[in-house]
Write a new protein. Structure first.
Length: 147
């Protein structure tokens, strides 16, 4: 007969660790504020770039039209909002759905104020492109030093 000596101290510490980890994750996900409806909410993916005197924002909004989207600019914040309506067939029995729908709002904070009167936006193939020129006050200036 072959006997293996077990180290109870180490084994008990690992069980305690596993138990506490399980408790932590169970509490986290039991109290998670997301509902099944929240999982279907539209959250547009964006890219924010800066080149010279402009910011550029590209947002993926498949299934929407330009009329479904609202844009506003105030100081250094661009707000993109809108609604993607659900497209369900009344006579169909759905077994599974992963498509997103609902109202959305993204506030994109820029690192400098922009000139709201010169902002240009276009929408093509489900991609919104917004060009935001920096305000003259935000552009770097060369200052001449006098003697």
């Amino acid at each position: 007969m072959f006997l293996v000596k077990r180290q109870n101290g180490r084994h008990n510490r690992m069980r305690l660790f596993d138990s506490r980890t399980d408790t932590l994750f169970n509490r986290l996900f039991d109290e998670w504020p997301l509902t099944q409806r929240d999982l279907h909410t539209v959250i547009p993916a964006i890219d924010l770039t800066e080149v010279d005197d402009n910011f550029s924002v590209r947002a993926e909004l498949p299934g929407l039209t330009a009329e479904d989207i609202e844009l506003s600019v105030m100081d250094d914040v661009l707000t993109v909002s809108g609604e993607k309506k659900i497209e369900k067939q009344a006579e169909a029995k759905y077994h599974h759905t992963e498509r997103q729908w609902g109202k959305f709002k993204r506030e994109i904070h820029l690192s400098a104020p922009v000139d709201a009167d010169k902002v240009v936006a276009s929408f093509s193939n489900g991609v919104l492109t917004v060009t935001l020129p920096k305000s003259d006050n935000a552009k770097p200036r060369t200052i001449k030093i006098t003697k």
